[in-house]
Design a protein around this ligand. Structure first.
Ligand SMILES: Cc1ncc(C[n+]2csc(CCOP(=O)(O)OP(=O)(O)O)c2C)c(N)n1
Length: 690
């Protein structure tokens, strides 16, 4: 490397550092330590390796970059600004302010060039595993021996906190198993976290840990050694069969004479005096703020031209591909735009009325198989619960590294083991499964689904929340949705989970009441491209309603609908049910109807969907004049007042379940049509008395 290039690199690195320092000081909050310490590795990655086009942040074959340690957001904003993304210096001056394009932590959809929302430590690096899985799947499916249209890396900067969080262990263990060679992590090994030295709580050998996962591990002793970082990145890129981690020893707050190497610069502005001292120390103009030397501006903005060139070269390759493989090219464009194929729902199953019925998990399995035929981007799997949740796509192979000859394939979903496989075996790693699914959705070209028992949705809550925040189309299949689980007992019986997930904004929770509603639930989930959907399904069989006798299951799409009512309408009582309790409500309603009462049964599989319907529609389903209402759901009751009011009644759970056969549990906890009858009669009587 020539002397003037080395100097320009140093100047650029200091520009990144002081843009971060000044922006944070300007607004009085933020995290300067990480950008100062990791500016050199970020510079080398972005200026010498990252394939991207700042003029088109959505270019499909760009490398993905994830700042997993989202608190260091000013590092990313400095890079985005300097390399020509649509993020001005004025935006940066409004760092962390209302409506800013530079929020406190990077937010997907808010800032051009931000690939993922990060901040909760451990998530970003786990999302990146999903991005690398998506890349591997798409390149296996679409690249031809003579034409390559997908070939990019996923880069991560991760911090101590990221690697302390358990989810990173789950995700990186799986990444090692899968041999995701295009995943490259730069570990900002500064040995300082928020509250002090990592020697207080984190003394494992990270390199050895990743070696044990099957990763390619490299070490760099000096985080400012740009040549070493450059070489390590090249080496990492050459290894196509193992993910790479480069452990880079850095100094948090590098350059700040009184604060570097200490936790005091992790999350507070350096302060005016210390900033002057740091600038002096690194040979930076002391009085200047937001200073960008002309030569740095020119040099780093060179990314714009280089990016445009990379993309146009790719476009030529894509055009050639399109000429040779027309249909596949069209399909590729479609999936990358997130559009469903025209006839995607043409083969959905129809379920005949059946008293004995089937479980909604089983119905879901049938629906999923029919969708898989039409939607090649629908890929996913379970956390070691395929045979129980039935969330698999049979006949589409297992997503595994190609060189897995001779391995024990018990439990595999298909004969084929390759990156073309559409069944991902997440292992018993629910938390990572959620984060990985988000990464796949973020990458584009994939509609991911996951599967586990509903009670373990707790283990997935952090990524579910973030998927909702980011507005990602991820489909969570949760089976074994209540005390209906039976003998496994209270550890496996979700109770508070429905209400708890309903509280996450922009997550749609759907609890279908029979097989017909399950078909509609899947349809809803696929069409919901603005946020995740949780499908909450039973283990036990439920009757399949005779839709000639009750309303069509399409009603589910509105979140709630009148399933059935006494002739003449004008009900004096409304029974509301979801999932496995819907038929219980219907049974009770028919008895009351026989007794001469005018009853309405409302199926309410999704609160979120129903609440976004017009007031007129909601009023037509739940007329405010009818105050005598009973809701029945095998979950915690709290919250149902929202629909039954204080004058209504709720039949549900007050505490945990128990270990016993399901039928006994429903009996003991009073979730039966007899109890609905009793409660309804009491309410009616009370109303008559009042
Ligand atoms: C899941 C989660 N827990 C806690 C926090 C709060 N927090 C922000 S940064 C941080 C630790 C910072 O240490 P490190 O990751 O090493 O970053 P550095 O100090 O090097 O900037 C913590 C605990 C968080 N962002 N996410």
């Amino acid at each position: 490397m020539k002397e003037d290039e080395i100097q320009l690199a140093e100047l650029s690195i200091n520009t990144i550092r002081f843009l971060a320092v000044d922006a944070i000081q300007n607004v009085g909050s933020g995290h300067p330590g990480l950008p100062m310490g990791s500016a050199a590795m970020a510079y080398v990655l972005w200026m010498r390796h990252l394939k991207h086009n700042p003029a088109n942040p959505r270019w499909v074959d760009r490398d993905r970059f994830v700042l997993s340690a989202g608190h260091g957001s000013m590092l990313l904003y400095a890079l985005l600004h300097l390399t020509g993304y649509d993020l001005s210096l004025e935006d940066i001056k409004k760092f962390r302010q209302w409506g800013s394009k530079a929020p406190g932590h990077p937010e997907y959809g808010n800032t051009p060039g931000v690939e993922v929302t990060t901040g909760p430590l451990g998530q970003g690096i786990s999302n990146a595993v999903g991005m690398a899985i998506a890349e591997a799947y798409l390149s296996a499916r679409y690249n031809e021996s003579d034409r390559t249209i997908i070939d990019h890396n996923t880069y991560v900067i991760a911090s101590d906190g990221d690697l302390m969080e358990g989810v990173s262990a789950e995700a990186c263990s799986l990444a090692g198993h899968l041999g995701l060679g295009k995943l490259i992590v730069l570990y900002d090994d500064n040995r300082i976290s928020l509250a002090g030295s990592t020697s207080l709580s984190f003394s494992e050998d990270v390199g050895k840990r990743f070696e044990a996962y099957g990763w390619h591990v490299q070490h760099i002793a000096d985080g400012n050694d740009t040549e070493a970082i450059d070489n390590a990145l090249s080496e990492a890129k050459r290894d196509l069969t193992r993910p790479s981690i480069i452990c880079v020893r850095t100094i948090i707050g590098y350059g700040s004479p009184n604060k570097e190497g200490t936790y005091t610069c992790h999350g507070s502005p350096l302060g005016p005096e210390e900033i002057v001292a740091a600038k002096k120390n690194l040979g930076w103009p002391e009085k200047e703020e937001f200073f960008i030397p002309e030569e740095v501006k020119k040099h780093m903005l060179g990314s714009l031209e280089a990016g445009k060139k990379s993309e146009s070269e790719w476009q030529v390759r894509f055009n050639e591909y399109e000429a040779a493989y027309h249909d596949r090219a069209l399909e590729f464009e479609r999936i990358m735009e997130g559009r469903l194929p025209d006839d995607w729902d043409s083969e959905l199953p129809d379920f005949e009325a059946d008293e004995k019925g089937i479980s909604t998990r089983k119905a879901s399995e049938a629906v999923l198989q029919s969708l898989a035929v039409k939607i090649p981007e629908l890929i996913g799997g379970t956390a070691d619960l395929n045979p129980s949740t039935l969330a698999w796509v049979k006949g589409y192979g297992d997503f595994q590294p190609p060189a897995s000859e001779g391995q024990d394939r018990q439990g595999a979903v298909g004969d084929e083991w390759s990156y073309k496989g559409r069944n991902i075996h997440f292992g018993v790693r629910e938390h990572a499964m959620g984060a990985i699914a988000s990464g796949m959705a973020l990458h584009g070209g994939i509609i991911p689904f996951t599967g586990t028992f509903f009670t373990f949705s707790d283990y997935m809550r952090p990524p579910i929340r973030l998927a909702a925040l980011m507005g990602l189309r991820v489909i969570y299949v949760f089976s074994h949705d209540s005390i209906g689980v039976g003998e496994d007992g209270p550890t496996h019986q979700p109770v508070e989970h429905l209400m708890s997930l309903r509280n996450i904004p922009n997550l749609t929770v759907l609890r279908p009441g029979d097989a017909g509603e399950t078909v509609e639930a899947w349809r809803f989930a696929l069409e919901n491209s603005k946020g995740p959907t949780a499908l909450v399904l039973t283990r036990q069989n439920l009757p399949v309603f005779d839709r000639a006798q009750v309303s069509p299951a399409e009603g589910l799409r509105r979140g709630g609908y009148i399933l059935w009512e006494s002739e003449g309408g004008d009900p004096s009582l409304i029974l509301i049910g979801t999932g496995s309790e819907l038929y219980i409500a219907l049974e009770a309603a028919r008895v009351l109807d026989d007794e001469g009462l005018s009853v309405r049964v409302v199926s309410l599989p999704s609160w979120e969907a129903f609440d976004t319907e017009s007031e007129d529609y909601r009023e037509s389903v739940l007329p405010s004049s009818v105050k005598t209402r009973v809701a029945v759901e095998a979950g915690i009751k709290t919250g149902w007042e929202h629909y039954v009011g204080i004058e209504g009644a709720v039949i549900g759970m007050d505490g945990f379940g128990a270990s016993a056969p399901a039928s006994v549990l429903f009996e003991k906890f009073g979730i039966t049509s007899e109890n609905v009858l009793g409660v309804a009669r009491r309410l009616i009587e009370k109303e008559r008395r009042d």
